[in-house]
Design a protein around this ligand. Sequence first.
Ligand code: NAD
Length: 246
Amino acid sequence: MSTLRILMNGSRGRMGQTIVACAKNDPALAISAEVDAGDDFHAALLDCDAVIDFTHHSVTAPVAAACAENGKLLVIGTTGHSDAEIAEIKNAARKIPVVFAPNFSIGVNALLWLTQKAAEILGSDFDLEVVEMHHRLKKDAPSGTAKRLAEILAEARALTYQKDVRHGREGIVGERTSAEIGMHAIRGGDVVGDHTVIFAAQGERVELSHKASSRETFARGALRAVKWASAQPPGLYDMQDVLGLK
Ligand code: NAD
């Protein structure tokens, strides 16, 4: 098998540095370029097979367009995109394989799957709340993973993310209705990423939790995704596709 040559975009960031370090331990992969803000992305793009993007939401859409134009597959870990930015990413995925996942850890992808099953089993008597905690430097809230968890809950209950997710509570908010999904983002310290889904009914409560203690779990998942995508036709994929959970 030939070596897959990766352009790491956001290479000076927390995730970029971790991915570069992990890739060096895999003989099937090579980092052809480490690119960060101010570097020449387009020159590096011509000399790679794949791009991994862990930057800022405003960066990803033009990166996706450039990858589509040059036939380079793209793995996106960046979160916090607007609907317009997501539409541009989807557009690029008509020409190249794109793996777009808010969380590359295998444990979190198991949590996504378990959340859907629990929502189906427990039904509408259970109130739904999502709680996430991340380090103090995280720029977007709620996390992309928390959003995805809420989307899964909304789909299982015929609710919508835009209309039915309630972000935090303050003041005289009134009684909770069954048609809402509570969302709470906690920030502090160096927490890599905690997510809990709470199903609360009269007399009982189910809580599904995942706690990441190292960024390497995301890095290894992103590298697994890039290898998997190199054998796929153009399309938009997520980590559930990579892990065969669909
Ligand atoms: P970070 O702030 O440490 O790193 C981001 C890097 O992107 C910085 O070095 C910054 O200089 C660089 N950057 C900014 N603009 C750029 C540009 N135009 N071109 C190239 N590089 C640019 O952040 P982080 O903790 O590494 O997280 C990055 C993103 O990844 C965030 O959106 C975060 O939520 C997400 N994330 C996703 C997962 C996952 O599994 N999908 C895991 C962790 C973090």
